[in-house]
Design a binder for this molecule. Structure first.
Ligand code: SF4
Length: 357
């Protein structure tokens, strides 16, 4: 039914999109730089949350050259709060790569796009179709869900072969003459009507083609194979400060928040029952607890694959300088806004200090 009537299907979904699609800024442009930035920001991020970041980012880095000349610290600062910070580092690396290898022009070719750091099949398809109107599908989480349901297909969407499989599926209904409109229509259908829970099938413009709707199996789809393994981590942060200065360190390791700033940290793989007492025998800076009074704040911070149980141990100490090892720095509290930091740290600092971010 669906593949037999592909032109009818394309007309229904595109007509619906043209009337009902949200008026988002990147849809009014075919500027590949803008489309690329927005696609990266919107990975793992809701539109309403990503929109202000997009505007701020484009205003500060209006083109690929402006971005390529920025420092990693500044780009991370503009990304602060969005999470998944490897996206920001990749974007900067990619901008420099595009300036060096492609004369500052984002390639108008799907295979070349895939050679750019941080650009996978979905982003390559989105940029190729939306900026250059090239006939490539762009399958994001929304599209996986819509396709599973339209075809009533129980193939898992989270395996290595899933993209290739669903790419073949979407090509059966793909509108090669209007790739940009088609991709945006199916993405929007997933975002507005074909929702993960309670899809609004009655209002769906393509319900007459949808096999899951016909079989009442929408709620069983899509299928995911892997259960996400969540790791619990226990962070003991030492927030050491005097009247107007505080100790920070730059995270260098291959771990979350790489190249961002946090506090001296001791990590355990279990929760301490009495942190102040139990930490006293841990390495620097924990022995400071023997000499200075402390305040404790507990925060739980949930990431996709990790739950961070954070204990902020706040210590006021008059003389910071003799305490600081080379791996750490002392900064003015009023200048903290200059340092890219994870949101959970910024939230803590906002509550505890006055630093005007
Ligand atoms: Fe999704 Fe329902 Fe439309 Fe099928 S009919 S595509 S399940 S919203």
């Amino acid at each position: 039914m669906l593949t037999k009537h592909r032109e009818d299907f394309q007309k229904c979904i595109i007509d619906w999109y043209l009337l009902n699609g949200r008026d988002l800024p990147w849809r009014r442009t075919n500027n590949p730089y803008h489309i690329w930035i927005c696609e990266i920001i919107l990975q793992q991020t809701r539109v309403d949350q990503g929109l202000p970041y997009y505007f701020r980012f484009i205003e500060r880095f209006p083109d690929i050259y402006a971005l390529s000349e920025a420092s990693e610290e500044e780009v991370l600062n503009y990304w602060q709060g969005l999470g998944y910070y490897s996206r920001a580092r990749n974007i900067l690396y990619a901008a420099r790569q595009i300036v060096k290898d492609y004369h500052g022009k984002i390639p108008a070719n799907y295979n070349d796009l895939l050679k750019i750091k941080g650009i996978g099949k979905y982003t390559a398809g989105a940029v190729a179709s939306m900026a250059y109107n090239l006939p490539h599908p762009a399958i994001d989480g929304n599209v996986f869900r819509v396709l599973s349901r339209l075809f009533n297909d129980y193939t898992p969407i989270d395996e290595a072969r899933s993209y290739r499989y669903f790419e073949q599926l979407v090509l059966k209904i793909f509108d090669e003459n209007r790739p940009s409109l088609f991709n945006q229509s199916i993405i929007e259908l997933g975002a507005l009507l074909c929702l993960p829970r309670n899809p609004n099938c009655k209002a769906c413009p393509v319900n007459k083609f949808c096999i899951a709707f016909k079989n009442s199996s929408q709620h069983l789809l899509p299928v995911k194979k892997q259960r996400i393994h969540v790791r619990n981590r226990y962070f003991y942060y030492f927030v050491i400060h005097d009247h107007d200065q505080i100790i920070l360190r730059k995270r260098q390791n291959e771990d979350i928040w790489k190249m961002m700033y946090d506090f001296p940290l001791i990590e355990f793989d279990y929760q301490l029952k009495n942190p102040v007492e139990e930490l006293k025998t841990a390495p620097w800076p924990a022995p400071l607890l023997l000499h200075y009074p402390s305040n404790i704040t507990l925060v739980k911070h949930v990431l996709t694959h990790q739950v961070l149980h954070i204990c902020f141990v706040r210590l006021y100490i008059e003389q910071l300088k003799p305490l600081v090892p080379e791996s750490h720095i002392i900064v003015q509290i009023k200048n903290l806004y200059k340092y890219p930091m994870p949101k959970v740290i910024v939230d803590f600092l906002k509550k505890e200090f006055d630093f005007g971010r």
